[in-house]
Ligand binder design. Structure first.
Ligand SMILES: CC(C)(COP(=O)(O)OP(=O)(O)OC[C@H]1O[C@@H](n2cnc3c(N)ncnc32)[C@H](O)[C@@H]1OP(=O)(O)O)[C@@H](O)C(=O)NCCC(=O)NCCS
Length: 217
């Protein structure tokens, strides 16, 4: 995916030289972000069964913190996410393909400092969505929202080195691998090495020369 090379070769159009502000107070509710394939919207209590079905398989959870083990657990997670968003510490979007109202995954961003200057993001999709383009479509929206809406300047992601798809997805999005966090993640009784990937706000604005996003309130 050409975000990285675009950075080196493409002059910045005037329309992208300053970040547009996403006109929403996200602490009172997340905007609905519309891509080519999906909408990203706030999770609802009614998403719990769909998210449980989408994210509870071993295939999805192998290299990430274990998701809730029951539908009720997802319900508690959704309530927690909304409280964290109200507290200004965390946001989590449900991924909803166009033409449906069924959540097939999540994108989450949490602040690593009091006001979201540096943040960490994560994502998971139902296996049937892998390789469909949904990841990149949703990722563009949520990274854009992080920089323009939350005021992030540095967005970090951690991916277990063994997680081929997770690392491949971040690489093709244009994230930069800054290093390896040795034995930093305990999963199934084993300490795994993780790659630290980052996207900086100014780099992302340049990568945006090849795409755009809309915000619906
Ligand atoms: C991470 C996730 C959201 C990415 O979505 P996806 O649809 O699988 O991602 P994509 O197919 O768009 O991109 C993955 C890329 O990695 C590549 N890839 C797949 N296996 C790979 C491997 N073993 N090594 C390196 N790259 C690999 C794919 O070919 C693809 O690149 P391409 O489109 O250029 O061919 C999804 O795989 C997922 O939900 N995984 C489980 C949860 C998870 O691991 N989350 C990430 C934590 S960092």
């Amino acid at each position: 995916m050409p975000y990285q090379s675009q950075l080196e070769t493409t002059p910045l159009p005037a329309t992208f030289q300053t970040p547009a502000t996403v006109a929403t107070d996200w602490r009172t509710g997340l905007p609905c972000l519309t891509g080519n394939l999906v909408n990203l919207r706030e999770m609802r209590a009614s998403d719990a069964p769909a998210l449980f079905a989408a994210l509870s398989s071993e295939q999805v959870s192998k290299f990430i913190s274990p998701p809730p083990a029951t539908v009720e657990g997802f319900g508690r997670f959704i309530n927690w996410a909304i409280r964290q968003r109200q507290a200004g510490q965390y946001v989590c979007f449900a991924v909803v393909p166009h033409g449906t109202d069924t959540a097939v995954g999540i994108f989450q961003v949490r602040s690593l400092e009091p006001a979201f200057g540096t943040a960490e993001w994560g994502f998971a999709l139902a296996p049937e969505c892998w390789g469909t383009g949904i990841f990149v479509d949703g990722a563009k929206l949520v990274v854009d929202f992080a920089f323009e809406g939350l005021g992030v300047h540095r967005l970090e992601a951690r991916a277990a080195i063994k997680n081929g798809r997770g690392n491949g997805a971040l690489r093709k999005l244009g994230a930069v691998q800054e290093g390896v966090l040795r034995r930093s993640f305990l999963r199934n009784g084993e300490y795994l090495d993780q790659a630290l990937w980052t996207i900086l706000q100014d780099e992302w604005l340049q990568a945006k020369t090849v795409w755009g996003s809309r915000v619906i309130h």
